[in-house]
Design a protein. Structure first.
Length: 321
């Protein structure tokens, strides 16, 4: 099975896993699943892998199982399970099933379904703590906050946060856990973006220490950023300014390819933005709103001399002028 076919089969298997675990599953759903399963031996192989992953749920804390399988019934519950299936697929893609950290990875995905602070696509949220800490939660993110002595401990289940901590604070270090490890910060400003395959830490002031699940450590200094997964920490690079500008509703772009820009902009839009592939390599510079997406698309039209079409209310296409 080549990688493309493997990914497609796993994606379908993960979605069927979500549907069949829904209490509202119908006989038609079951018949359709059987039909899909018998279409190809590849489907059977993918289904076995997903079933194996699903069995890991029984070995986790009961809270995790409740979050995944006791979500509200009906379509709301199915949507939650589908969100879990996407998390499972991401873990497959990163090869985590063969690693001892699988339960930790899966637990973060499961608890994202019931996190204390959740943002919808396009939503940003500011949390002002009783301490000197301030936290901004970006689009499509899930965060839990746990009191930790005179400080707090953050669990970034998925998505992105911006953290500002007062330099004069005498509080204990702030601890931030992602699915791949822990970050320890004192007086600093930084962002953390956690995806299925890795976590990206970008430090704008101060110093933040990374410790992976495997115990690898690295200090990330002001003006640096680094990606890490459960085992390794990538090379330190210069901090990208746009990693923090979303707090102010702006996407700061410096010579980006148009396809890269549309991919990032799509994180903030609960709809579809399509691009003519022949325009992918066009370059873009400037600051663009992530609050008013239609305004941003009109700005692109004027800047790059392209044509923006609104196919229907939530569907846009960028083509040649």
């Amino acid at each position: 099975m080549n990688k493309e076919h493997e990914h497609h089969a796993l994606a379908s298997a993960c979605e069927w896993y979500a549907i069949l675990n829904d209490e509202s599953v119908s006989e038609k759903d079951k018949n359709d699943w059987h039909r899909w399963l018998n279409q190809s031996p590849k489907h059977g192989q993918a289904w076995q892998r997903v079933e194996q992953a699903g069995r890991h749920l029984s070995g986790l804390d009961p809270t995790l199982a409740r979050a995944a399988l006791n979500a509200p019934k009906g379509m709301g519950r199915r949507a939650a399970l589908k969100k879990l299936s996407v998390g499972l697929l991401g873990l497959f893609g990163a090869g985590y099933l063969a690693q001892s950290h699988f339960a930790k990875q899966l637990s973060f995905q499961v608890l994202a379904l019931s996190a204390e602070y959740q943002t919808k696509i396009g939503e940003r949220r500011h949390i002002e703590m009783a301490t000197t800490d301030q936290i901004w939660v970006n689009t499509g993110s899930s965060l839990d906050i746990d009191p930790n002595g005179h400080s707090h401990k953050l669990y970034l289940r998925n998505g992105e946060i911006f953290v500002k901590r007062d330099y004069s604070s005498q509080q204990p270090p702030l601890l931030i856990d992602s699915a791949h490890g822990r970050m320890t910060a004192r007086g600093t400003r930084f962002t953390v973006r956690s995806q299925f395959q890795d976590t990206l830490l970008t430090v704008f002031d101060g110093t933040v220490e990374i410790e992976t699940l495997d115990g690898q450590k690295q200090q990330i200094q002001q003006g640096q950023q680094a990606r890490f997964n459960a085992k390794t920490i990538g090379p330190r690079q210069a901090a990208e300014k746009f990693r923090a500008t979303w707090v102010n509703g702006i996407l700061l772009v410096d010579n980006w390819r148009l396809d890269e820009f549309i991919q990032e902009l799509g994180r903030y839009y609960d709809g579809e933005i399509s691009l003519d592939p022949t325009l992918s390599k066009r370059r873009l510079v400037g600051s663009f709103s992530i609050v008013d997406i239609p305004q941003t698309l009109r700005a692109i039209q004027n800047t790059l001399n392209v044509r923006v079409y609104q196919r229907h209310e939530q569907n846009w296409f960028i083509g040649s002028a």
